[in-house]
Design a protein around this ligand. Structure first.
Ligand code: BDR
Ligand code: CA
Length: 310
């Protein structure tokens, strides 16, 4: 299995991703760092510990990181993820506890002590990850790849062009995009297409296994139901796609494309993806500060949903 560390802002769909990360035989989860995002940091840490208990995860470090983005004010998303960040799904109080190390130090220790290179997967605003890369540049020698859920090659969700994770900390996203590491961007346009059929979620809610039941409940309550609005089942799986792209790369269409984070004006927080054929020209690729990332553009929705459910 591929060794990974996860940075999360748990969050309904981060919870669904954690449940998958623990369960997948192709992934070896070595640590989870928490950052403010969908909910405040304390809530994110508590949710993460609870989800790992329910998932039956082995003893692995969970560390607390940034309480806010570098420049922006913290903006939690209760409207979408509910007051507890888990769309109101109540999980039992956690038995495990948070690490004494900060997120940055825990990530550094777990990554550099691994015998094989580690893949870092970010499902949240990238403040912790940017801090890790900035304080410990030598960590790059131990990283296989960095995958982030964030940005978009088309429209945004928080603004017309910006997706939440990048919009919340665009300077941190810039550090990641311009890191020079092999980076995969799993953006909102693909994220929104990854749907779990209602029949599967219904079945899970009736399961005898607490982790499967939790996944079913989270999917059912995700989105507008968190805010008390009844809406038809929607089924967006979300963050877990950033793990499926590692375990099932054959189900995704990706392209090497120049990307840059827009830091200014009404486009702030947008990932500008240059899809012009001209961009493939070597000179265009070398333009600083554009960086060529592996950008997910499409996926086989049914097969990816089946892979998550398997
Ligand atoms: C991202 O923001 C959060 O709502 C989700 O957990 C996901 O990481 C989508 O914009
Ligand atoms: Ca998230």
């Amino acid at each position: 299995p591929r060794p990974i560390v996860l940075d999360v802002d748990t969050g309904t769909d981060d919870a669904l991703a954690l449940l998958y990360a623990v369960r997948s035989a192709d992934l070896d989860l070595r640590g989870v760092s928490c950052v403010a995002g969908n909910a405040g940091l304390e809530q994110v840490v508590d949710n993460t510990l609870r989800v790992l208990d329910v998932a039956g995860a082995p003893d692995l470090p969970v560390a607390a990181g940034a309480t806010k983005p570098f420049i922006e004010r913290a903006q939690t998303d209760e409207q979408f993820h509910g007051e507890n960040g888990l769309s109101g799904v109540e999980l039992p109080t956690a038995t495990r506890t948070v690490s004494a190390l900060s997120a940055t130090e825990m990530l550094y220790t777990q990554i550099t002590s691994s015998a094989e290179p580690v893949t870092l997967v970010s499902l949240a605003p990238m403040t912790n990850v940017a801090m890790l890369l900035t304080l410990h540049p030598d960590v790059a020698d131990h990283l296989e790849r960095l995958v982030f859920m964030g940005g978009s090659a088309s429209q945004g969700n928080v603004t017309a062009v910006a997706e939440f994770n990048v919009w919340q900390d665009p300077e941190a996203a810039t550090c990641v995009v311009e890191s020079g590491l092999p980076v995969t961007m799993y953006g909102l346009d693909v994220f929104n297409r990854l749907l779990i059929p209602q029949e599967a979620a219904d079945r899970w809610t009736r399961s005898g296994h607490p982790a499967v039941r939790a996944a079913g409940e989270l999917l059912h309550r995700r989105g507008m139901r968190a805010a008390g609005f009844e809406q038809d089942y929607e089924g967006v799986l979300g963050d877990a796609g950033a793990l499926l792209i590692l375990t099932h790369p054959e189900l995704f269409t990706t392209e090497a494309l120049p990307v840059r984070v827009n830091l200014q004006g009404i486009g702030r927080g947008q990932t500008v993806v240059d899809r012009r054929p001209l961009a493939q020209d070597q000179q265009a690729l070398d333009r600083d500060p554009w960086r060529v990332l592996e950008v997910a553009l499409d996926l086989d929705v049914e097969a990816a949903a089946a892979a998550y459910c398997a």
